[in-house]
Design a protein around this ligand. Structure first.
Ligand code: HSE
Length: 298
């Protein structure tokens, strides 16, 4: 009567697609054991691997499932869960999104699948609102739908899955420093220059075309962010050095993962992705900052 759920880490923005493009990694991911419960509402019995609240009103899993139950008109249905946090909170690879996404996918299954995967995104966004103050969907959408996703519009919510080329890998370095999404959003300018906007939407279109054509050269050229990255780069140690050296090591390109502090690089094939991981090591080892590196297929 219990189910096991896996919810993957995600990379939001993917360089040019601030708040609209995201991708799901195969690993790492949060895991859940969930079951129906006679106790109304959400019960979080234990959180392993991170010091997070088990109060459902203060935990993204609780808030996301509650939003789902509300919409169902059945707030008294009972869902119980145990969460195994394998993604470090504040890492920039969608930790809160994975928890929110896994929670609603699991609850939906236990309740007999009343909602489609796409409909679940909105509930998981409520978890994001609790975690960062902004209900962005560029982590929860890929965490729920897999692969690459695009948010065409927030109002109304219009999300679509994109094609994922078969040989695309991602390498992520997570420096163990804290960057709060809310802070990383506050420093952004509210207006963009027309010349920058033109360059950015050219890149977004090219990235989408590159994914569909499995054109790795085009993907590489499209991995450029002229609007957000120049402002946020100062939050990440050795960011530009990392970018240049990783491309030399075979990466197609990359940028800040979500709002940081993680940095991601895309590569064609596992061998390149592993070379990039080694290069990340070479750049970061002398810095005296602790870090973790993940290599994953998309
Ligand atoms: N798109 C969001 C941002 C993702 O960059 O602020 C946060 O993980």
């Amino acid at each position: 009567d219990c189910i096991k759920v896996f919810a993957p880490a995600t990379v939001a923005n993917v360089a040019c697609g601030f708040d609209v493009i995201g991708l799901a990694m195969e690993a790492p991911g949060d895991e859940f054991i969930m079951r129906r419960s006679s106790k109304p509402g959400v019960t979080i019995t234990k959180v392993h691997g991170a010091n997070l609240s088990t109060d459902p009103a203060q935990n993204v899993c609780g808030v996301a499932i509650q939003a789902l139950l509300q919409k169902l008109g059945n707030p008294d249905a009972g869902i119980e869960l145990e969460l195994f946090k394998n993604i470090t909170p504040g890492s920039g690879i969608g930790s809160s999104a994975a928890s929110s996404a896994g929670a609603v996918v699991g609850a939906n299954h236990l309740l007999g699948e009343p909602f489609t995967r796409k409909q679940l995104v909105r509930f998981a966004m409520e978890g994001e609102r609790l975690a960062s103050g902004a209900a962005h969907a560029d982590n929860v959408a890929p965490a729920i739908l897999g692969g690459f996703t695009l948010v065409r519009s927030y109002k109304p919510l219009d999300i679509t899955s994109l094609h994922t080329p078969g040989e695309l890998w991602v390498t992520v370095i997570h420096p163990q420093i804290e960057v709060k999404t809310s802070d990383a959003r506050e420093i952004l300018k509210q207006k963009v220059l027309m010349t920058d906007a033109i360059r950015q939407w050219g890149n977004v279109g090219a990235l989408v075309a590159g994914l569909y054509q499995e054109n790795y050269e085009l993907i590489s050229r499209a991995l450029e962010d002229v609007i957000v990255e120049p402002v946020r780069a100062i939050l990440i140690p050795a960011f530009y050095e990392l970018k240049v050296k990783c491309k030399e090591a075979g990466a197609l390109g990359g940028g800040i993962s979500g709002s940081g502090p993680s940095v991601f690089m895309l590569s064609k094939g596992e061998a390149n992705a592993r070379n990039v991981a080694e290069m990340m090591n070479t750049v970061y080892a002398p810095l005296g900052v602790d870090y973790k590196i993940h290599v994953s297929k998309i």
